[in-house]
Design a protein around this ligand. Structure first.
Ligand code: HEM
Length: 412
């Protein structure tokens, strides 16, 4: 199966990047998932089948269970390890199976539960207001560089007890680490990726040292204490966890804010309705997650020969589960290509499902509700895409977002 432009089904193809749904819609007409070159034995697009794949307990996420030449071996699991050389590497939580997965997730689940996150609301509002103040008076901005990029990076730095002034470095490292998920990455990308891991790890290692001596009321101090109570945890595991929380915690939320605001700007009636009904922001954010979700695909590996969604699957086969395609399945969402902020969209799979359900979902929801809500309250009237500079999407598979989203503000 190829994209409508005749190239492979990948965000590296500009036509697929602009409208992946033309291809997803064709794939979804097949009752059983289709095998696509580069995406394993099945590319799964129907909501019910994607959900089944996410919840199937016999499936693995550990690349070491994947067949030798599969793309799971090349994405940020074993590929990074090979590229790291002297900088040792532990797989992130999202690529760990139980029992290691349950153990590591348990260390941080309290910090991300809805009550703990709700208590952070004043801090998130404060950081948001500071960023908006810095925009005040300008007539042109890049929504990503000036707002949606720094906001979640600063929030996660704040949770970790690290200075917010580190935000530009962490944002850059996070974007570079993300390219580990590109199975086609070249050597230059690989080098930047490696340096980004090393740069981030050095800051976390120093912070762990500092908190050992001067513990505080922050996430890194909590992880130091967890390690002191559990001799089985290595420093490297803690650093890997911090790295994943940082990367997963900022890039995807930036992308949701960018994708969501772009959808609003393309649907003037929806934008106007939301400006009149700001209390409806939480439902609108769910629709943004459904309509243009930041993580478009994830993968699972069979550990045994089974039948899945009507297909024979062999041990070591990789299945690609398309969250983006599932979120536009007409069997679950009537008129799925219509962006409707009043729709009841909460069965979307934008945060996944099953044991790897996004740990940061409550935080991402709160940040996006506050971020987009506050941005619209200040700059919503007369807000427009810049006429002379087009927005540019990131050309990376699986992570859908904007590199730049230039806007004109009427308030200057
Ligand atoms: C809009 C923003 C976000 C989106 C769309 C998103 C999406 C997802 C998805 C789809 C998964 C599951 C992947 C899979 O099953 O293979 C996931 C897992 C995860 N997310 Fe998020 N995420 C977001 C924000 C965050 C934030 C703010 C954090 C933390 C600060 C975070 C941390 C994680 C972690 C640690 C996992 C792995 C969970 C596990 O394996 O148990 N995410 N995320």
């Amino acid at each position: 199966m190829q994209s409508p432009s005749g190239k492979r089904l990948t965000a590296a193809d500009p036509q697929f990047r602009d409208d992946p749904h033309a291809a997803y819609d064709i794939l979804r007409t097949s009752p059983t998932p289709v095998a696509i070159e580069d995406y394993g034995c099945a590319f799964v697009t129907r909501h019910q089948q994607v959900l089944q794949g996410l919840k199937e307990r016999s499936f693995s996420v550990d690349a070491r269970n994947a067949a030798e030449l599969s793309y799971m071996r090349r994405v940020a699991g074993t590929g990074v390890k090979e590229s790291q050389g002297d900088a040792a590497y532990e797989p992130p939580l999202v690529l760990l199976d139980d029992p290691a997965h349950r153990h590591i997730r348990g260390l941080v689940s309290k910090a991300f539960n809805p009550n703990t996150i709700e208590a952070m609301r004043p801090r998130v509002e404060h950081i948001t207001a500071d960023l908006l103040d810095a925009i005040e008076g300008r007539s042109q901005i890049d929504f990503i560089a000036d707002f949606a990029g720094p906001l979640p990076t600063m929030v996660i730095l704040d949770m970790m007890g690290l200075p917010l002034t580190h935000s530009a470095n962490f944002k850059r490292w996070s974007e570079e680490i993300l390219w580990g998920y590109d199975p086609q990455r070249d050597r230059a990308t690989q080098t930047r990726l490696r340096e980004a891991y090393i740069g981030m790890a050095a800051v976390f290692r120093q912070a762990l040292e500092d908190r050992r001596v001067n513990p505080g009321d922050d996430l890194i101090s909590a992880l130091v204490q967890a390690r002191e109570a559990d001799a089985s945890l290595s420093e490297l595991q803690i650093i890997s966890l911090c790295t994943q929380l940082m990367v997963a915690g900022n890039v995807t939320t930036t992308d949701l804010m960018g994708n969501g605001l772009f959808a609003l700007l393309q649907h003037a009636q929806q934008l106007n309705w939301l400006l009149q009904n700001p209390q409806a922001i939480s439902g609108a954010v769910e629709e943004m997650l459904r309509f243009d979700c930041p993580i478009t695909e994830t993968a699972r590996i069979a550990r045994e020969d089974i039948e899945f969604a009507g297909c024979p699957v062999h041990s070591g086969d990789t299945m690609t589960l398309s969250l983006a395609a599932a979120n536009r399945d007409p069997e679950v969402f009537p008129e799925p290509h219509v962006f409707d902020v009043q729709r009841k969209a909460d069965t979307h799979l934008g945060f996944g499902s099953g044991i790897h359900l996004c740990l940061g979902a409550p935080l991402a929801r709160m940040e996006t509700q506050i971020g987009i809500g506050s941005f619209l309250a200040r700059f919503g009237e007369g807000l427009q895409l810049q006429a002379d500079t087009a927005p540019r999407r990131r050309a990376l598979p699986f992570f859908r977002g904007f590199d730049t989203l230039p806007l004109t503000l009427a308030s200057a």
